[in-house]
Ligand binder design. Structure first.
Ligand code: PLP
Length: 451
């Protein structure tokens, strides 16, 4: 019988973990030397590890626990749904109430005519759906040559072959023969690192125009779609210059290609509206969703599709689907999560109160000698660490400063993530003003310690 419980000593849990558990995105040599941090329980914005240390989780897990930890209503809904109908598929002309109810609610929340939902178990699966969906859509319109998808360097769209190919992380492409054919990448709107002598506004326009140039180079008749996160998250919370998105919108409006907004991080309140597309005034043809959809309490994701695209596919059998598409327990939990986010006014409070307060406090970190820029949109923010603010210079050994500050955060009871030398946050949306003060105080201590 398996005797592994929360009560085993940390060292024993770490040894068992090292012996049997393969971790995603983890430096294995470092893990073997230090052992994994064992997280035991959580409540609100607080995590507790197996030694009883408490951390303010400024990452909401992996950008997903929007509602915060410990909401028992979600556990109760999951248990009730498991008793009534733990599983049934949505293939072959069948459906069930949780999937219907969640799809209807998402159609209500999503902007414009995004009224149709194709479910998946997470964001990677949903983006794989999107690759096949846009290509199948154009084929169904009699334009099978419209196949190429344009994405951006340093974007993150998932870890499967398709979604990682959409992503612009070269260190991922190097493992496993990616990108798959028909996916090309343009530059990201990352002014601080790549803007040179241009003003942010000039740079935003220049980067947006790369989209037009790329479409013209390939030929509009061969391009199926452009995919982008409204704000790049895992790339380092790259908040684009204000000029970027209006110019991209203008370019897209003149060309007949589909726009996929990857809302896996930006969705469900993170930017102060239900979707990042609303904050940035975008009207996508498809939105990728996951993470905050269930606040991470159940694995679920999907694609929300416009009337035009759904109608274009309606006479075709789309030979695609996942065993867990519209999983009843995950759907019921997601629906309850959306109910709470709405009825407790959490999304509204982020937009009108806590995000503006966090922005004000976050900006003060730019005065720290180690910080070159402090950017934020809603509840997602980043700090660029630099040895020379005026020159916007990178460190000679990229990633070392970020790692030092990240470790100093843990020592100060704060979870912040490092992407190279960018420190990033994405706290639960229920974070209070007092907890924001604590986050800033601990981040300042960590920056001091990490210097
Ligand atoms: N898209 C974006 C923007 C993401 O940030 C992520 C995950 O971090 C994904 C897609 C992939 O989602 P998942 O890890 O649920 O497959």
């Amino acid at each position: 019988m398996n005797k592994i419980t929360n009560h085993l000593p940390t060292a024993e849990l770490q040894a068992l973990d090292a012996a049997h558990h393969m971790h995603p995105f983890t430096a294995n040599a470092e893990l073997a030397a230090k052992g994994a941090r064992v997280i035991k329980s959580a409540s609100g914005v607080w995590l507790t590890d197996s030694d009883g240390n408490r951390y303010l989780d400024a990452m909401a897990g992996l950008w997903c626990v929007n509602l915060g930890y410990g909401r028992h209503e979600l556990a109760e809904v999951a248990a009730a749904q498991m008793r009534e109908l733990p599983y049934y598929n949505t293939f072959f002309q069948t459906t069930h109430v949780p999937a219907i109810a969640l799809a209807e609610r998402l159609a209500e929340l999503a902007p414009g005519d995004l009224n149709h939902v194709f479910f998946a178990a997470g964001g990677s699966e949903a983006n794989d759906t999107n690759i096949r969906l846009v290509r199948t859509y154009w084929a169904a319109q009699g334009k099978p040559e419209k196949q190429v998808i344009i994405s951006r360097k340093n974007a993150y769209h998932g870890s499967s072959m398709g979604s990682a190919s959409l992503g612009g992380m070269t260190y991922m492409h190097e493992q496993g023969a990616m990108p798959i054919p028909g996916i090309v990448h343009i530059d990201q709107p990352h002014w601080w690192a790549e803007g040179g002598d241009m003003s942010p506004e000039e740079f935003g326009i220049a980067r947006a125009r790369q989209l037009a140039e790329k479409i013209d180079e390939i030929g509009e008749d061969k391009v199926a779609a452009f995919i982008a996160e409204p704000i790049q998250g895992a790339g380092g919370v790259i908040v684009p210059p204000d000029s970027y998105w209006p110019e991209v919108k203008r370019i897209l409006a003149e060309r007949d290609i589909l726009f996929i907004a990857d809302e896996v991080i930006c969705g469900f309140g993170r930017t102060g509206n239900w979707f990042g597309s609303q904050t940035l005034d975008l009207q996508p043809d498809i939105m990728t969703i996951a993470k905050g959809l269930s606040s991470g309490y159940q694995p679920i994701g999907g694609s929300i599709v416009s009337d035009r695209v759904a109608e274009g596919l309606s006479r075709t059998e789309f030979n695609h689907g996942y065993t867990y598409s519209g999983h009843p327990v995950a759907s019921a939990v997601a629906l309850e999560n959306l109910r709470i986010l709405d009825e407790e006014g959490i999304v509204e409070r982020v937009g009108t109160d806590t995000a503006p307060y966090l922005a004000e406090r976050w900006a003060t970190l730019a005065e720290h000698p180690l910080v070159g820029e402090a950017r934020i949109c809603g509840m997602m923010g980043s700090l660029a660490l630099t040895p020379d603010k005026a020159a916007r210079a990178p460190f000679a050994k990229v990633g070392e400063a970020g790692m030092a500050v990240r470790e100093a955060c843990f020592a100060n009871g704060l979870v912040m993530r490092a992407v190279g030398d960018r420190m990033i946050i994405s706290p639960p949306l229920i974070i209070s003003r007092d907890e924001i003060d604590l986050l800033i105080a601990r981040a300042t201590m960590a920056l001091d310690d990490g210097q």
